[in-house]
Design a protein around this ligand. Structure first.
Ligand code: PDD
Length: 284
């Protein structure tokens, strides 16, 4: 099978999968999601992603009957059915289909959609050479720790990045930097490796967490601290983390060079560690 979808228990090719136009995900963006990937056929940190999904669901008071174990089995089935070694798995849960009134409908079952698509990994060229980013005003709400389907500010920010020939847009709010439109950010200042702290201003990335642990293991000075935009511009190194990018060096911020304008030694070290110790081996 090619790219496939699971919608409330039914499997189909992605192109013929449908949900109701009354679905609150479509009407209001009333739902949450997760993105999980595989490396060489093995799903990556699925428990952490599912934990974050249930945390998002609970914050918006959507009660899914299925358990994390149920979702994990559907994921396994989908990976098998798709047949791809590298799969991009989106799980989207909405409050369900109901007539269009803002308040929660009574007796409506959530809609569960999972899609399994071929994942094209971020190119080696970008991983080796780094990317450009721009800064944008953070116009999002105050609950960015919820992985909400409402992504308009992220979409507008990415579009602005695209128009500026940049790879990612970095959100700046109240003179502080929080994260990218679809990734977390780290900055290296001398021996300190800093990423903004968890809280309502950012999505606590699974990759961010892995990178923090990896750095601590090799005794780097890993810190979760606020970073002002003016400090960000003086960083020796910057990099992005995320499910679709792993660890991606940033070499230009708002058209100006970051550090020497090439990926720095700490970023390269963490990339190597991530690739050699965090990913499942190819032969499995
Ligand atoms: N998003 N911050 C935001 C706003 C994100 O959307 C993402 C990931 C991350 C990184 O989280 P993680 O390491 O768990 O992937 C941080 C994915 C790529 C998406 O929405 O498609």
């Amino acid at each position: 099978m090619p790219n496939i979808a699971y919608v409330n228990g039914r499997w189909s090719p992605i192109t013929s999968a449908t949900v109701s136009v009354e679905d609150r995900g479509f009407q209001f963006g009333d739902g949450v999601y997760e993105l999980i990937r595989t490396y060489h056929g093995q799903v990556f940190h699925v428990q952490e992603h599912l934990k974050r999904l249930y945390a998002s669901l609970s914050q918006v008071e959507i009660r899914l009957e299925k358990t994390a174990a149920d979702l994990a089995s559907i994921i396994q089935l989908g990976i098998k059915r798709s047949g791809y070694p590298e799969v991009k798995i989106y799980i989207q849960v909405t409050r369900g289909a109901a007539s269009r009134l803002h308040h929660f409908p009574k007796g409506t079952k959530p809609t569960l959609v999972m899609t399994f698509r071929k994942l094209i990994p971020v190119s080696k060229l970008l991983k080796n050479n780094g990317v450009s980013v721009i800064s944008v005003l953070d116009t999002r709400w105050d609950r960015c720790n919820i992985k909400s389907l409402n992504l308009l500010p992220n979409i507008l920010a990415r579009e602005a990045a695209m128009k500026a020939s940049a790879y990612e847009a970095i959100f700046v709010r109240d003179r502080f930097v929080w994260e990218g439109a679809g990734s977390n950010i780290f900055a290296v200042f001398g021996k300190k490796v800093v990423t903004p702290p968890e809280g309502p201003t950012l999505l606590s990335g699974i990759t961010r967490d892995i990178v923090l642990s990896l750095g601590k293991k090799i005794r780097l000075d890993m810190r979760e601290e606020k970073i002002s935009f003016s400090d960000l511009k003086k960083a020796d190194e910057l990099f992005l983390t995320g499910t679709t990018v792993d660890i991606l060096p940033i070499v230009r911020l708002d058209q100006k060079r970051v550090g020497e304008g090439i990926p720095g030694p700490v970023t390269i070290l963490l990339q190597k560690l991530f690739d050699t110790t965090s990913l499942p081996p190819k032969s499995v």
